[in-house]
Design a protein around this ligand. Structure first.
Ligand SMILES: Nc1ncnc2c1ncn2[C@@H]1O[C@H](COP(=O)(O)OP(=O)(O)OP(=O)(O)O)[C@@H](O)[C@H]1O
Ligand SMILES: Nc1ncnc2c1ncn2[C@@H]1O[C@H](COP(=O)(O)OP(=O)(O)OP(=O)(O)O)[C@@H](O)[C@H]1O
Ligand SMILES: [Mg+2]
Ligand SMILES: [Mg+2]
Lengths: 153, 165, 153, 165
């Protein structure tokens, strides 16, 4: 267990640096053991340096920045250990338009190996769909799903 | 492995049998507030073996059975099935199609099925173990959990990494 | 204190019913005392009935529905006791386009008496601006505010 | 009462004196992620007397002073001023313009000023008491607090209603 965790962390950090810099265009991030002397019990922390900012306290990050750090780490894990299926429910809600495009461009690249199910309200996000479903309640209280024709890729 | 279909019946706001055909790539779900989008995400997590009622926004298992409207009576049971294309043999079963199903009716505990064979939540978790896809894993980010990895405790994060190992 | 709180609750409930039905087009909502026998100590709860749905457990509501209940109550309090200034930071994030229009149409009506400061990423919301400010970090880490010319009202 | 200007200097990501002219009606603030929009909301709440550091996303008061970048050194102090048009006499002061200001430098406790007269947080709260506008009241909804009234406890909600009374 110990070697495996240490090895996983080392691998993920290579990818985390890569995905973080792709999203933030600078800065760096890595995951670290909170108690490296005790790999069996240790927790895991995230250290982030935002480009051009002198801030390390994560509480001072903005709503969008925190969402993007989560995205960068998720993508790093996918590079380390691609999972066949990923479900994201309005993860784009706090993002501005530029970051929505970045976020979905990365998802598009992953979608060759990973199947995504993404819930969104954002028109920009919808442009990335391979297929789109609309959920409605034509009859109050009763959900109905229809496939939505769109101009599509 | 690819998710081919999600079939809901009697689960939360889906009283009638509803089939969602999933495709490779990016499947986007849109719709008005309160129409049932996150209920589909809950249905996926529920079928994957999620035991904690609160984490599916309910206070008891009965909250997952359609409660009825002015026109339609409450359902007697909730059933969700997910059918996967396993021709890549990602799941350790030597079949092309794998179906996992969960059924809960008012009188009994929930029942799980793998290809219509009665199973337990543990069996489903074991089946998907090496894929990294699980009801509480890193591959599902629920609504409002956008800062998931940041707001986790150091030990919760460790659990995520052990799964990714 | 007791009479005043009881009276405030009664007044707010008249307005809450009104604002709730304007947003949800049906259903009803009210605030209630958790311990009416003891008005000095009692807490306050919210009871909501969504139109056409048989649900009373608030945990089953969707993200957007919960945001709209908060909006309805906020507007009810404004009707009871208009405050001169209100600040909203990305309150429209969970809303679909139809509800964004409803939400901001109501804000527009209140804005005759109440001054609003609203942070948003949503293009539809921006159309309701009387004045718009852009915050940027042209220089990394340094916020700068500029007034934004827009096609305006 | 109408907010005419917000002036920030050395507060969070605003090292240089920044003046925001507010108008009647709907003032909309836009900008990229991390550019400083919510810092303006924090500045308003800080000047209104907010004492809880955590509720302004900091862990200590020093977090509110500009921490510097590669090119610009950290600021020595944080200062925010809000100037209100009081010709309606909503605020119980017999003047047309009311300015509230808060200054915090590394060596001392924060200082509050009302029209440049040294005051305390309590004085600012009393001045705005009947308006319903306060750092923790119903009239400010912070980012991520969209479900504010729903997720509050019954007693927290009571405090809101007492304010509205
Ligand atoms: N057991 C149940 N029976 C009937 N309806 C239910 C049940 N459980 C939840 N619902 C309904 O489902 C609705 C919520 O659906 P859901 O959370 O999926 O919405 P959503 O499409 O994600 O909306 P949003 O865009 O606001 O997030 C609620 O209005 C609730 O009344
Ligand atoms: N004391 C400080 N000194 C310098 N910069 C700071 C300080 N405190 C916070 N910041 C910076 O302010 C930024 C966050 O700003 P803010 O939360 O206002 O963003 P925002 O515009 O609301 O973004 P979003 O759209 O993502 O919500 C962080 O990147 C942080 O580095
Ligand atoms: Mg939802
Ligand atoms: Mg913000």
């Amino acid at each position: 267990i110990c070697e495996k965790l240490t090895e996983t962390i080392q691998n993920i950090n290579v990818f985390f640096s890569q995905t973080f810099q792709e999203i933030f265009e600078g800065g760096d991030a890595k995951v670290v053991m909170t108690d490296p002397a005790n790999p069996l019990e240790t927790g895991i922390d995230i250290e982030v340096r935002l480009p051009g900012k002198n801030i390390s306290t994560r509480t001072l990050f903005s709503g969008g920045e925190k969402a993007l750090v989560t995205a960068a780490l998720l993508f790093a894990i996918f590079l380390q250990n691609p999972t066949p299926l990923c479900v994201l429910d309005e993860m784009d809600a706090p993002l501005d338009e530029v970051n929505i495009m970045k976020f979905f461009n990365m998802i598009k690249k992953f979608s060759e190996n990973i199947q995504f199910i993404v819930v969104t309200h954002n028109k920009k996000s919808m442009e990335f769909a391979d297929v789109m479903y609309g959920v409605t309640m034509e009859e109050k209280g009763v959900s109905k799903v229809m496939s939505v024709e769109f101009k599509g890729a | 492995m690819k998710l081919k279909k999600i079939i809901l019946k009697g689960f939360k706001s889906f009283p009638k049998k509803t089939v969602i055909d999933c495709r490779q790539g990016i499947n986007i779900i849109i719709g008005p507030n309160g129409s049932g989008k996150s209920n589909i995400v809950d249905a996926i997590r529920w079928t994957m073996g999620e035991k904690k009622v609160k984490s599916l926004r309910g206070s008891e298992m009965l909250d997952f059975i359609f409660k009825g409207t002015e026109k339609i009576p409450a359902s007697g049971y909730a059933e969700v099935e997910m059918i996967f294309d396993n021709s890549s043999r990602t799941l350790r079963m030597d079949v092309d199609d794998v179906s996992i199903k969960r059924i809960f009716d008012r009188d009994s505990e929930g029942k799980f099925y793998i290809n219509d064979k009665r199973s337990r939540a543990k069996d489903i978790m074991a089946l998907f173990g090496e894929t990294g896809f699980s009801s509480n894993g890193y591959a599902i980010i629920e609504q409002g959990q956008v800062e998931k990895f940041i707001s986790y405790s150091a030990l919760e994060r460790r659990a995520i990494f052990e799964e990714a190992a």
